[in-house]
Ligand binder design. Sequence first.
Ligand SMILES: *Cc1c(COP(=O)(O)O)cnc(C)c1O
Length: 457
Amino acid sequence: MDIIEERNRQLEIDDKKYIWHPFTQMKEYLQEKPLIIEEGNGCILKDIYGNEYIDGISSLWTNVHGHRIEKLDRAIEKQLKKVSHSTLLGLSNIPAIRCAKKLIEITPEELTKVFYSDSGSTAVEIALKIAFQYQYQAEDGDPGRKKFISIINAYHGDTIGSVSVGGIDLFHATYKALLFNSLKSQSPYCYRCALGRSYPECDLECLKQTEEVINAHSHEIAALVIEPLVQGAAGILVQPPGYLKGIRELCNKYNIIMIADEVAVGFGKTGKMFACEHEDVTPDIMTLAKGISGGYLPLAATLTTKKIFDGFLGRHEEFKTFFHGHTYTGNPLACAVSLANMEFFEENKVIEKLGPKIKRLTENLEQFRPLDHVGEVRQRGIMVGIELVADRDSKESYPTEARIGNRVVMEARKQGLIIRPLGDVIVLMPPLGISMDEIDSLCEITCDSIRTVTDIA
Ligand SMILES: *Cc1c(COP(=O)(O)O)cnc(C)c1O
Protein backbone atom coordinates (compact mmCIF):
# COMPACT_ATOMS: atom_id res chain seq x y z
CA MET A 1 0.00 0.00 0.00
CA ASP A 2 1.47 3.35 -0.93
CA ILE A 3 1.63 6.30 1.42
CA ILE A 4 -1.41 8.10 0.02
CA GLU A 5 -3.56 4.98 0.10
CA GLU A 6 -2.53 4.35 3.68
CA ARG A 7 -3.27 7.97 4.63
CA ASN A 8 -6.72 7.78 3.02
CA ARG A 9 -7.57 4.53 4.74
CA GLN A 10 -6.57 6.03 8.09
CA LEU A 11 -8.59 9.20 7.49
CA GLU A 12 -11.69 7.13 6.78
CA ILE A 13 -11.19 5.15 9.95
CA ASP A 14 -10.55 8.22 12.08
CA ASP A 15 -13.49 10.16 10.65
CA LYS A 16 -15.82 7.40 11.83
CA LYS A 17 -13.95 6.98 15.06
CA TYR A 18 -13.83 10.60 16.21
CA ILE A 19 -16.42 12.79 14.50
CA TRP A 20 -20.08 13.09 15.43
CA HIS A 21 -21.60 14.54 12.26
CA PRO A 22 -24.43 17.11 12.46
CA PHE A 23 -27.96 16.21 11.39
CA THR A 24 -26.68 12.71 10.69
CA GLN A 25 -27.88 9.31 11.89
CA MET A 26 -24.46 8.05 12.88
CA LYS A 27 -25.48 4.40 12.93
CA GLU A 28 -26.04 4.61 9.18
CA TYR A 29 -23.05 6.85 8.58
CA LEU A 30 -20.74 4.30 10.14
CA GLN A 31 -21.81 1.74 7.56
CA GLU A 32 -21.08 3.94 4.57
CA LYS A 33 -17.85 4.99 2.93
CA PRO A 34 -17.28 8.59 4.00
CA LEU A 35 -16.70 11.30 1.42
CA ILE A 36 -13.73 13.34 2.60
CA ILE A 37 -12.97 16.63 0.86
CA GLU A 38 -9.40 17.70 0.41
CA GLU A 39 -9.51 20.63 -1.98
CA GLY A 40 -11.78 23.11 -3.68
CA ASN A 41 -11.40 25.33 -6.68
CA GLY A 42 -14.14 27.47 -8.21
CA CYS A 43 -17.35 25.43 -8.02
CA ILE A 44 -15.49 22.11 -7.87
CA LEU A 45 -14.65 20.10 -4.76
CA LYS A 46 -12.07 17.33 -4.83
CA ASP A 47 -12.01 14.34 -2.46
CA ILE A 48 -8.97 12.55 -1.04
CA TYR A 49 -8.87 10.22 -4.07
CA GLY A 50 -8.82 13.14 -6.51
CA ASN A 51 -12.45 12.61 -7.63
CA GLU A 52 -14.12 15.88 -8.60
CA TYR A 53 -17.62 17.03 -7.73
CA ILE A 54 -19.68 20.09 -8.56
CA ASP A 55 -20.48 21.91 -5.31
CA GLY A 56 -24.24 21.99 -5.98
CA ILE A 57 -25.22 23.46 -2.62
CA SER A 58 -22.33 25.93 -2.25
CA SER A 59 -20.99 24.02 0.77
CA LEU A 60 -24.27 24.34 2.64
CA TRP A 61 -25.45 27.65 1.17
CA THR A 62 -22.37 29.57 2.25
CA ASN A 63 -19.95 29.74 -0.64
CA VAL A 64 -20.73 32.70 -2.87
CA HIS A 65 -18.11 33.18 -5.58
CA GLY A 66 -16.50 29.74 -5.54
CA HIS A 67 -13.61 28.19 -3.64
CA ARG A 68 -10.08 29.60 -3.58
CA ILE A 69 -11.03 33.05 -4.81
CA GLU A 70 -7.75 34.90 -4.92
CA LYS A 71 -9.04 38.17 -3.49
CA LEU A 72 -10.63 36.39 -0.54
CA ASP A 73 -7.63 34.14 0.07
CA ARG A 74 -5.40 37.17 0.07
CA ALA A 75 -7.60 39.13 2.49
CA ILE A 76 -7.11 36.42 5.11
CA GLU A 77 -3.38 36.06 4.43
CA LYS A 78 -2.93 39.81 4.78
CA GLN A 79 -4.86 39.99 8.04
CA LEU A 80 -2.95 36.97 9.38
CA LYS A 81 0.18 39.08 9.28
CA LYS A 82 -1.51 41.74 11.47
CA VAL A 83 -3.58 39.96 14.12
CA SER A 84 -5.89 36.92 14.06
CA HIS A 85 -8.06 37.72 17.02
CA SER A 86 -8.71 40.44 19.52
CA THR A 87 -11.96 41.20 21.34
CA LEU A 88 -14.81 43.62 20.57
CA LEU A 89 -15.79 43.76 24.26
CA GLY A 90 -14.75 47.32 24.98
CA LEU A 91 -12.12 47.41 22.17
CA SER A 92 -12.29 47.50 18.43
CA ASN A 93 -10.32 46.28 15.43
CA ILE A 94 -9.81 47.50 11.88
CA PRO A 95 -11.53 44.75 9.84
CA ALA A 96 -14.58 44.77 12.15
CA ILE A 97 -15.00 48.51 11.62
CA ARG A 98 -14.57 48.38 7.84
CA CYS A 99 -16.81 45.36 7.46
CA ALA A 100 -19.58 46.97 9.55
CA LYS A 101 -19.39 50.18 7.50
CA LYS A 102 -19.72 48.18 4.27
CA LEU A 103 -22.64 46.13 5.61
CA ILE A 104 -24.49 49.33 6.47
CA GLU A 105 -23.75 50.72 3.01
CA ILE A 106 -25.23 47.76 1.15
CA THR A 107 -28.26 46.89 3.32
CA PRO A 108 -31.57 48.85 3.42
CA GLU A 109 -31.03 52.46 4.38
CA GLU A 110 -32.67 52.52 7.80
CA LEU A 111 -30.35 49.80 9.14
CA THR A 112 -27.48 51.61 10.83
CA LYS A 113 -25.86 49.35 13.46
CA VAL A 114 -24.08 46.02 13.29
CA PHE A 115 -23.89 43.51 16.14
CA TYR A 116 -21.54 40.66 15.24
CA SER A 117 -21.66 37.01 16.17
CA ASP A 118 -20.56 33.74 14.57
CA SER A 119 -23.50 31.75 13.22
CA GLY A 120 -26.99 32.21 11.86
CA SER A 121 -28.45 30.76 15.05
CA THR A 122 -26.68 33.28 17.25
CA ALA A 123 -27.62 36.14 14.90
CA VAL A 124 -31.28 35.17 15.36
CA GLU A 125 -30.88 34.60 19.09
CA ILE A 126 -29.45 38.13 19.35
CA ALA A 127 -32.28 39.59 17.27
CA LEU A 128 -34.86 38.00 19.59
CA LYS A 129 -33.13 39.27 22.72
CA ILE A 130 -32.73 42.76 21.28
CA ALA A 131 -36.42 42.91 20.33
CA PHE A 132 -37.49 41.63 23.73
CA GLN A 133 -35.25 43.99 25.65
CA TYR A 134 -36.25 46.91 23.46
CA GLN A 135 -39.91 46.38 24.34
CA TYR A 136 -38.96 46.03 27.98
CA GLN A 137 -36.95 49.21 28.38
CA ALA A 138 -37.22 51.61 25.45
CA GLU A 139 -39.32 54.73 25.66
CA ASP A 140 -41.56 53.58 22.80
CA GLY A 141 -41.38 49.97 23.93
CA ASP A 142 -44.16 48.11 25.69
CA PRO A 143 -43.05 45.74 28.50
CA GLY A 144 -46.29 43.82 28.05
CA ARG A 145 -45.07 42.64 24.66
CA LYS A 146 -43.19 39.45 25.46
CA LYS A 147 -44.17 37.06 22.67
CA PHE A 148 -42.89 36.30 19.22
CA ILE A 149 -44.82 35.34 16.15
CA SER A 150 -43.21 33.25 13.44
CA ILE A 151 -44.29 31.34 10.38
CA ILE A 152 -45.10 27.63 10.16
CA ASN A 153 -42.27 25.80 8.30
CA ALA A 154 -39.77 28.45 9.38
CA TYR A 155 -36.18 27.61 10.18
CA HIS A 156 -34.06 30.05 12.15
CA GLY A 157 -31.31 27.87 13.61
CA ASP A 158 -30.63 25.19 16.21
CA THR A 159 -30.14 27.03 19.49
CA ILE A 160 -33.04 26.99 21.95
CA GLY A 161 -34.27 30.51 21.16
CA SER A 162 -34.03 30.10 17.43
CA VAL A 163 -35.69 26.68 17.59
CA SER A 164 -38.51 28.24 19.64
CA VAL A 165 -39.42 30.47 16.70
CA GLY A 166 -38.90 27.66 14.21
CA GLY A 167 -41.73 25.73 12.67
CA ILE A 168 -40.38 22.44 11.35
CA ASP A 169 -41.75 19.66 13.51
CA LEU A 170 -39.05 17.16 12.65
CA PHE A 171 -36.37 19.41 14.16
CA HIS A 172 -38.43 20.78 17.03
CA ALA A 173 -40.72 18.15 18.46
CA THR A 174 -38.11 16.49 20.67
CA TYR A 175 -37.17 19.74 22.40
CA LYS A 176 -40.68 21.02 22.91
CA ALA A 177 -40.48 21.08 26.70
CA LEU A 178 -37.37 23.26 26.53
CA LEU A 179 -38.75 25.88 24.16
CA PHE A 180 -40.59 29.11 24.88
CA ASN A 181 -44.04 29.46 23.39
CA SER A 182 -44.36 31.45 20.22
CA LEU A 183 -47.37 32.23 18.08
CA LYS A 184 -47.44 30.63 14.66
CA SER A 185 -49.01 31.85 11.47
CA GLN A 186 -49.85 30.07 8.22
CA SER A 187 -47.01 29.21 5.89
CA PRO A 188 -47.26 30.53 2.33
CA TYR A 189 -46.51 27.02 1.03
CA CYS A 190 -48.67 27.28 -2.06
CA TYR A 191 -48.12 23.73 -3.36
CA ARG A 192 -49.63 22.33 -0.16
CA CYS A 193 -51.76 25.27 0.96
CA ALA A 194 -53.11 24.48 4.43
CA LEU A 195 -56.13 26.61 3.61
CA GLY A 196 -56.84 24.65 0.45
CA ARG A 197 -56.58 27.76 -1.70
CA SER A 198 -54.54 28.59 -4.77
CA TYR A 199 -52.66 31.70 -5.78
CA PRO A 200 -53.64 34.27 -7.04
CA GLU A 201 -57.38 33.64 -6.51
CA CYS A 202 -56.68 33.21 -2.79
CA ASP A 203 -55.87 36.92 -2.53
CA LEU A 204 -53.24 35.92 0.06
CA GLU A 205 -55.68 34.37 2.51
CA CYS A 206 -52.65 33.25 4.58
CA LEU A 207 -51.86 36.90 5.28
CA LYS A 208 -55.41 37.52 6.46
CA GLN A 209 -55.12 34.56 8.80
CA THR A 210 -51.84 35.97 10.09
CA GLU A 211 -53.61 39.23 10.83
CA GLU A 212 -56.26 37.36 12.80
CA VAL A 213 -53.60 35.74 14.98
CA ILE A 214 -51.88 39.07 15.48
CA ASN A 215 -55.14 40.83 16.20
CA ALA A 216 -56.04 38.34 18.92
CA HIS A 217 -52.70 39.04 20.66
CA SER A 218 -51.93 42.52 19.40
CA HIS A 219 -50.57 43.90 22.68
CA GLU A 220 -48.53 40.85 23.59
CA ILE A 221 -46.33 40.54 20.50
CA ALA A 222 -42.81 41.94 20.70
CA ALA A 223 -41.63 40.91 17.25
CA LEU A 224 -42.36 38.88 14.15
CA VAL A 225 -39.62 36.73 12.59
CA ILE A 226 -39.61 35.76 8.95
CA GLU A 227 -37.36 34.33 6.27
CA PRO A 228 -38.04 36.85 3.51
CA LEU A 229 -39.13 35.51 0.09
CA VAL A 230 -38.06 31.89 0.61
CA GLN A 231 -38.48 29.50 3.54
CA GLY A 232 -35.20 27.70 2.94
CA ALA A 233 -34.75 24.69 5.20
CA ALA A 234 -38.42 23.70 4.87
CA GLY A 235 -37.68 22.85 1.23
CA ILE A 236 -37.15 26.13 -0.67
CA LEU A 237 -40.75 27.28 -0.24
CA VAL A 238 -41.07 30.34 -2.43
CA GLN A 239 -43.51 32.97 -1.18
CA PRO A 240 -46.07 34.48 -3.55
CA PRO A 241 -45.53 38.10 -4.63
CA GLY A 242 -46.85 40.66 -2.16
CA TYR A 243 -46.62 38.35 0.84
CA LEU A 244 -43.48 39.91 2.34
CA LYS A 245 -44.77 43.44 1.79
CA GLY A 246 -48.03 42.38 3.45
CA ILE A 247 -46.10 41.14 6.47
CA ARG A 248 -44.26 44.47 6.74
CA GLU A 249 -47.61 46.31 6.61
CA LEU A 250 -49.03 44.13 9.38
CA CYS A 251 -45.98 44.86 11.55
CA ASN A 252 -46.46 48.58 10.97
CA LYS A 253 -50.18 48.45 11.68
CA TYR A 254 -49.78 46.55 14.95
CA ASN A 255 -46.52 48.19 16.03
CA ILE A 256 -44.54 44.93 15.93
CA ILE A 257 -40.77 44.77 15.40
CA MET A 258 -40.02 42.99 12.14
CA ILE A 259 -37.01 40.66 12.10
CA ALA A 260 -35.95 39.57 8.60
CA ASP A 261 -33.79 36.48 8.79
CA GLU A 262 -31.66 36.81 5.63
CA VAL A 263 -29.18 34.16 6.75
CA ALA A 264 -30.08 31.90 3.80
CA VAL A 265 -31.39 34.36 1.21
CA GLY A 266 -28.88 37.20 1.70
CA PHE A 267 -25.84 37.91 -0.49
CA GLY A 268 -27.40 37.48 -3.89
CA LYS A 269 -29.13 34.12 -3.69
CA THR A 270 -32.55 35.47 -4.72
CA GLY A 271 -31.12 37.55 -7.56
CA LYS A 272 -30.76 40.76 -5.55
CA MET A 273 -28.22 41.39 -2.82
CA PHE A 274 -30.90 40.99 -0.14
CA ALA A 275 -34.32 39.38 -0.48
CA CYS A 276 -36.10 42.31 1.20
CA GLU A 277 -35.14 44.51 -1.76
CA HIS A 278 -37.53 42.61 -4.05
CA GLU A 279 -40.52 44.07 -2.22
CA ASP A 280 -38.96 47.31 -1.01
CA VAL A 281 -39.15 46.16 2.57
CA THR A 282 -36.96 47.46 5.36
CA PRO A 283 -37.01 45.32 8.49
CA ASP A 284 -36.29 46.76 11.94
CA ILE A 285 -33.74 44.01 12.50
CA MET A 286 -31.93 41.91 9.89
CA THR A 287 -29.88 38.77 10.49
CA LEU A 288 -27.03 37.74 8.20
CA ALA A 289 -24.66 34.75 8.19
CA LYS A 290 -23.90 31.93 5.69
CA GLY A 291 -22.82 34.00 2.63
CA ILE A 292 -21.53 36.94 4.66
CA SER A 293 -17.92 35.70 4.62
CA GLY A 294 -18.11 34.31 1.09
CA GLY A 295 -18.26 30.86 2.66
CA TYR A 296 -14.80 31.15 4.21
CA LEU A 297 -15.08 31.61 7.98
CA PRO A 298 -17.84 31.60 10.61
CA LEU A 299 -19.29 35.10 10.86
CA ALA A 300 -22.76 36.52 11.44
CA ALA A 301 -24.32 39.91 11.97
CA THR A 302 -27.53 41.30 13.43
CA LEU A 303 -28.32 44.73 12.00
CA THR A 304 -30.73 47.19 13.58
CA THR A 305 -32.24 50.60 12.96
CA LYS A 306 -31.19 53.67 14.93
CA LYS A 307 -34.52 53.57 16.71
CA ILE A 308 -33.88 50.09 18.11
CA PHE A 309 -30.28 50.94 19.00
CA ASP A 310 -31.32 54.12 20.82
CA GLY A 311 -33.58 52.06 23.08
CA PHE A 312 -30.42 50.67 24.71
CA LEU A 313 -28.79 53.98 25.56
CA GLY A 314 -28.74 55.15 29.15
CA ARG A 315 -26.59 55.65 32.21
CA HIS A 316 -24.59 52.62 33.36
CA GLU A 317 -26.76 52.11 36.43
CA GLU A 318 -29.96 52.01 34.37
CA PHE A 319 -28.84 48.59 33.06
CA LYS A 320 -30.08 49.26 29.55
CA THR A 321 -26.89 47.71 28.15
CA PHE A 322 -27.28 44.78 25.79
CA PHE A 323 -25.72 42.07 27.93
CA HIS A 324 -24.65 39.71 25.21
CA GLY A 325 -21.43 38.89 23.37
CA HIS A 326 -19.74 35.79 22.06
CA THR A 327 -16.03 35.32 22.51
CA TYR A 328 -15.16 35.48 18.81
CA THR A 329 -17.46 38.43 18.10
CA GLY A 330 -16.01 40.61 15.34
CA ASN A 331 -13.09 38.26 14.66
CA PRO A 332 -10.60 40.15 12.46
CA LEU A 333 -9.92 37.29 10.03
CA ALA A 334 -13.60 36.65 9.44
CA CYS A 335 -14.37 40.36 9.08
CA ALA A 336 -11.46 40.84 6.68
CA VAL A 337 -12.69 38.13 4.36
CA SER A 338 -16.28 39.37 4.65
CA LEU A 339 -15.21 42.83 3.52
CA ALA A 340 -13.31 41.29 0.61
CA ASN A 341 -16.43 39.28 -0.24
CA MET A 342 -18.56 42.44 -0.45
CA GLU A 343 -15.90 44.25 -2.49
CA PHE A 344 -15.76 41.28 -4.87
CA PHE A 345 -19.51 41.68 -5.47
CA GLU A 346 -19.00 45.31 -6.49
CA GLU A 347 -15.77 44.97 -8.46
CA ASN A 348 -17.10 42.05 -10.50
CA LYS A 349 -20.69 43.27 -10.79
CA VAL A 350 -21.80 39.87 -9.48
CA ILE A 351 -25.48 40.81 -9.02
CA GLU A 352 -25.69 42.53 -12.40
CA LYS A 353 -24.29 39.43 -14.11
CA LEU A 354 -26.57 37.01 -12.32
CA GLY A 355 -29.61 37.45 -14.58
CA PRO A 356 -28.42 35.19 -17.43
CA LYS A 357 -27.33 32.46 -14.97
CA ILE A 358 -30.71 32.46 -13.25
CA LYS A 359 -32.36 32.27 -16.67
CA ARG A 360 -30.14 29.36 -17.71
CA LEU A 361 -31.12 27.58 -14.50
CA THR A 362 -34.82 28.25 -15.21
CA GLU A 363 -34.48 26.82 -18.73
CA ASN A 364 -32.68 23.76 -17.41
CA LEU A 365 -35.37 23.13 -14.82
CA GLU A 366 -37.91 22.47 -17.58
CA GLN A 367 -36.47 18.95 -18.01
CA PHE A 368 -37.65 18.05 -14.49
CA ARG A 369 -41.30 18.92 -14.96
CA PRO A 370 -42.32 15.88 -17.09
CA LEU A 371 -40.82 13.39 -14.60
CA ASP A 372 -43.50 11.20 -13.03
CA HIS A 373 -42.38 11.78 -9.47
CA VAL A 374 -41.64 15.48 -9.55
CA GLY A 375 -44.50 17.22 -7.76
CA GLU A 376 -43.24 20.77 -7.96
CA VAL A 377 -40.16 22.64 -9.12
CA ARG A 378 -39.59 25.85 -7.19
CA GLN A 379 -37.01 28.51 -7.99
CA ARG A 380 -36.14 31.94 -6.72
CA GLY A 381 -32.89 33.28 -8.07
CA ILE A 382 -30.22 30.64 -7.67
CA MET A 383 -32.25 28.72 -5.03
CA VAL A 384 -34.06 25.63 -6.30
CA GLY A 385 -36.28 23.03 -4.62
CA ILE A 386 -37.52 19.97 -6.50
CA GLU A 387 -40.23 18.25 -4.49
CA LEU A 388 -40.52 14.53 -5.14
CA VAL A 389 -43.85 12.79 -4.58
CA ALA A 390 -45.03 9.19 -4.68
CA ASP A 391 -48.08 10.25 -6.65
CA ARG A 392 -48.34 13.41 -8.66
CA ASP A 393 -52.13 13.70 -8.79
CA SER A 394 -52.75 13.26 -5.09
CA LYS A 395 -49.42 14.92 -4.12
CA GLU A 396 -48.92 11.97 -1.80
CA SER A 397 -45.46 11.97 -0.24
CA TYR A 398 -43.09 9.02 -0.23
CA PRO A 399 -43.00 7.07 3.04
CA THR A 400 -40.12 8.27 5.24
CA GLU A 401 -38.37 4.89 5.06
CA ALA A 402 -38.14 5.15 1.26
CA ARG A 403 -35.45 7.83 1.91
CA ILE A 404 -36.04 9.01 -1.58
CA GLY A 405 -34.19 12.31 -1.22
CA ASN A 406 -31.18 10.64 0.26
CA ARG A 407 -31.05 8.04 -2.52
CA VAL A 408 -31.12 10.71 -5.21
CA VAL A 409 -28.29 12.53 -3.51
CA MET A 410 -26.18 9.36 -3.31
CA GLU A 411 -26.79 8.64 -6.99
CA ALA A 412 -25.74 12.20 -7.87
CA ARG A 413 -22.57 11.73 -5.87
CA LYS A 414 -21.62 8.76 -8.03
CA GLN A 415 -21.98 11.04 -11.03
CA GLY A 416 -19.81 13.83 -9.63
CA LEU A 417 -22.24 16.16 -7.92
CA ILE A 418 -22.60 17.07 -4.26
CA ILE A 419 -26.12 18.02 -3.21
CA ARG A 420 -28.17 17.51 -0.06
CA PRO A 421 -31.89 16.86 0.30
CA LEU A 422 -34.37 18.44 2.68
CA GLY A 423 -36.66 15.48 3.23
CA ASP A 424 -38.13 14.69 -0.19
CA VAL A 425 -37.02 17.99 -1.66
CA ILE A 426 -33.86 18.00 -3.76
CA VAL A 427 -32.11 21.32 -3.24
CA LEU A 428 -29.84 23.02 -5.74
CA MET A 429 -28.06 26.16 -4.64
CA PRO A 430 -24.80 26.60 -6.52
CA PRO A 431 -22.31 29.38 -5.83
CA LEU A 432 -23.20 32.58 -7.72
CA GLY A 433 -19.85 32.14 -9.44
CA ILE A 434 -21.01 28.98 -11.26
CA SER A 435 -20.48 28.88 -15.04
CA MET A 436 -23.16 28.25 -17.67
CA ASP A 437 -21.67 24.84 -18.47
CA GLU A 438 -21.60 23.89 -14.82
CA ILE A 439 -25.27 24.89 -14.49
CA ASP A 440 -26.07 22.52 -17.36
CA SER A 441 -24.11 19.64 -15.77
CA LEU A 442 -25.60 20.33 -12.34
CA CYS A 443 -29.13 20.02 -13.73
CA GLU A 444 -28.37 17.11 -16.03
CA ILE A 445 -26.86 14.99 -13.26
CA THR A 446 -29.67 15.87 -10.86
CA CYS A 447 -32.34 15.03 -13.42
CA ASP A 448 -30.68 11.77 -14.34
CA SER A 449 -30.30 10.83 -10.66
CA ILE A 450 -33.98 11.50 -9.96
CA ARG A 451 -34.96 9.47 -13.00
CA THR A 452 -32.71 6.57 -12.01
CA VAL A 453 -33.93 6.43 -8.43
CA THR A 454 -37.64 7.03 -9.00
CA ASP A 455 -37.88 4.58 -11.91
CA ILE A 456 -36.90 1.71 -9.68
CA ALA A 457 -38.72 3.01 -6.59
C1 LIG B 1 -28.94 28.21 8.23
C2 LIG B 1 -29.96 29.16 8.78
C3 LIG B 1 -29.87 29.61 10.10
C4 LIG B 1 -28.86 29.05 11.08
O1 LIG B 1 -27.56 29.36 10.74
P1 LIG B 1 -26.33 28.54 11.42
O2 LIG B 1 -25.13 29.26 10.95
O3 LIG B 1 -26.45 27.14 10.91
O4 LIG B 1 -26.54 28.61 12.89
C5 LIG B 1 -30.77 30.57 10.53
N1 LIG B 1 -31.72 31.04 9.71
C6 LIG B 1 -31.84 30.63 8.42
C7 LIG B 1 -32.89 31.22 7.56
C8 LIG B 1 -30.97 29.66 7.93
O5 LIG B 1 -31.11 29.21 6.67
